[in-house]
Design a protein around this ligand. Sequence first.
Ligand SMILES: Nc1nc2c(c(=O)[nH]1)N[C@H]1C(S)=C(S)[C@@H](COP(=O)(O)OP(=O)(O)OC[C@H]3O[C@@H](n4cnc5c(=O)[nH]c(N)nc54)[C@H](O)[C@@H]3O)O[C@H]1N2
Ligand SMILES: Nc1nc2c(c(=O)[nH]1)N[C@H]1C(S)=C(S)[C@@H](COP(=O)(O)OP(=O)(O)OC[C@H]3O[C@@H](n4cnc5c(=O)[nH]c(N)nc54)[C@H](O)[C@@H]3O)O[C@H]1N2
Ligand SMILES: [Mo]
Length: 765
Amino acid sequence: MPSPFKRNISLTGDTRLTIISLTDSKEFAAGFPGIKVAIQHTFKEMGALEALGTLSKMNQKDGFDCAGCAWPDPEKPSKLGEYCENGAKALAEEATYEKVDADFFKKHSVEEISTWSDFHIGKSGRLTQPMILREGSIHYEPISWDAAFDTIAVHLKSLASPDEAIFYTSGRSSNEAAFLYGLFVRAFGTNNMPDCSNMCHESSGVALSETLGIGKGSVKLEDFEEAEVIIVMGQNPGTNHPRMLSALEKCKKNGGKIISINPLAEAGLIRFKDPQSLSGITKGTSLTDIHLQVKINEDVALLKLLLKKLAHLERSGKSVFDHNFIKTYTEGFDQLLKDLERYSENELLERCGIPEETIDEAVSLLAEKNKIIICWAMGLTQHKNGVDNIKECVNLLLLKGSLGKPGTGTCPVRGHSNVQGDRTVGIMHHVSKELNQSIEKVFGFTPPNKEGLDTVKALEAMHEGRAKVFIGLGGNFASAVADTNYAAEALQNCDLTVQISTKLNRSHLITGKTALILPTLGRSEKDNANGKERFLTVENSMGKVHRTKGVLQPKSEHLKSEPEIIGGIANAYFKNQHPVAWEDLGKDYDTIREKMSEILKGFESVQKDSKGSGYYLPNNVRELDFSKLEHGKAKFSICKMASHERKPNEFLLMTIRSHDQFNTTIYGLNDRYRGIQNERRVLFMNPKDMERFGYKRLDIVDLVSNYDSVERRAQKFLIVPYNIPQGNLGAYFPEANMVVPHNHYADKSNTPISKSIIVHLERSK
Ligand SMILES: Nc1nc2c(c(=O)[nH]1)N[C@H]1C(S)=C(S)[C@@H](COP(=O)(O)OP(=O)(O)OC[C@H]3O[C@@H](n4cnc5c(=O)[nH]c(N)nc54)[C@H](O)[C@@H]3O)O[C@H]1N2
Ligand SMILES: Nc1nc2c(c(=O)[nH]1)N[C@H]1C(S)=C(S)[C@@H](COP(=O)(O)OP(=O)(O)OC[C@H]3O[C@@H](n4cnc5c(=O)[nH]c(N)nc54)[C@H](O)[C@@H]3O)O[C@H]1N2
Ligand SMILES: [Mo]
């Protein structure tokens, strides 16, 4: 029997090292270099005139929402433009003149393209027409939209059970697209809806739901102006949420203090020069007052130490805790204090690796102030004990009564620009009885009530042959998930993989036997039907739903909007044999919004938001209403410390983002604030560790992890001496995903341990 056809696909692409140049890491973020880079990127990809006109519409009421991060827009946007350097790069990436069309795929096979670097693949341009990679072929060929939809329908119908299909979502989709997608997947009969947030803020969602009764943050933008202390933990806003720096600057100007908790002294947290105000010309504002340089994944130890010291002050007669608040709104206070007694201050101090004087400074500040906000991102969520990291933050806020009043609250800073909205409108693998009942009432079909698969479980199911069809609404599943080799085997095991995408990425190359590319409109593009302009909505990091309307001409006449594509797939599958008129619904966003408002609490109908200024969704923490939780109280939690058994030659590795990337999209090869030019395969290492192991600057090593006796290797990284705690290492995602084990993830949230992987180093051969 002939062996089955297998494409020869490279998982890493070109890994040749370039001529790297290193400078000192920077002490401030943005300022004029930020403007310069924004202009360079947009002018190069889309031309000067179009770039300036489009940037001025970004994050404005009559324009489109930036496809970068989910940071909210101020009520009065700046006239100079309400965007940042990295928002401009996100726009340039989407609005590029370059095109990936049928000729491109005729010229380049998937085998060839896979040997290019991710940077090179991304720069190929925008996808312009539906394409199919047929079984046994290595070239994509054009296919009509109808034939593409029929191909999907045939595969879905051939499955033994709807649970053999996986429907992934990345957080760029609009509320309307995500709602329709979730509806179709349930109508099809499964809850297999893994989402990028499973790898992102799932730990926040779990921790906040269990302690406070809502899986989202409670702060609003204006709270930043009133806060007395803002703690920024496990987050690099200078790169990943640059517009947050303006909010932190306002807090400083009003006399607030900032504590940053991070193994690295990230540039954006030290000093900020707002490129869009006068301070950008002068020396800028210094942001961090106290930097607690915690070792990787020792945040629970650090927080316990802070809590213990605060409790000590309280016992000595100082009024530190808000007892009124604790009595009225919480439960578990006594147990928490009792548990803290189990730990010795010395042990905690040693674990977090921070000088005691610096910790005491933070304790004095926290003891005195009551209006506290804690912001966090992936540095807390992507660990085995990610959920406990966040619960320990909630403990601090509850002790201080720092919730539900101006200048206080929880602030999980979300990643993708609409990842929060996608979840709100129904993308989830869990079953919600309430949602299912509403869907049944409004749409007349019964959604499935069997728990679905999240990202890690979906990967396993495909690997084991229990799932055979993969559909991705955006994203780059192959590169974003843990364990690149395992992920590739899983996807290549599928009969059909479908990607609804704007740009070419590795998930179009690491495919099932048959693969489809369905090209879609980007956020910045006009979405017209019958000569009428349509708009979509998104939800920002602070729970406000607002409109987004593109301004640019679509890159190709063959593109369809995401809701139209979903409507098309559903229509081909159901062939009018279903209570929902899928094709019509996919075209009619007003009706989708009407249906959303019937099904989801807090979603005003279009009419109520006629001016398009947006509205906040309900948030029980803002109202201090914990009635949905047991006994109607917010919960203190007993959190476990991290545990990492390491051999003497092993390190803890965190996989982080450079300043020139958006997740798996590589904008460029620099990481300006950290002083890296022209290379991504770098490994940040403490100079004392380098000396201990006999390494010199720019020595080339492989990262090797060994979980459950499986060796995983990421090849060829250049060692860069850096101010990082001893025993810790940093490298960029997605290059380092090769060493992240697929079967090690956070308790309860299943988020891969991308920020604390045990590795050792071997000199590259
Ligand atoms: N330009 C740009 N913007 C983005 C993105 C992008 O890639 N590029 N990605 C978007 C997405 S999806 C997300 S989720 C966010 C990500 O935003 P971030 O979470 O800021 O991104 P990371 O680079 O993963 O950075 C994590 C930070 O946590 C620190 N850290 C790592 N381990 C620990 C730890 O154990 N304890 C503490 N206290 N800190 C730790 C690292 O030093 C780093 O500063 O940004 C969003 N915005
Ligand atoms: N090791 C490690 N792994 C990680 C992380 C980490 O810190 N370390 N971070 C994790 C996190 S926080 C996240 S959120 C995930 C990200 O995982 P994903 O969301 O899956 O990945 P992205 O790189 O954001 O996806 C980029 C692709 O989305 C498509 N796209 C862009 N805009 C649109 C649009 O408007 N519509 C559609 N349909 N497609 C569009 C483009 O084709 C682009 O190539 O990765 C996770 N993986
Ligand atoms: Mo994310």
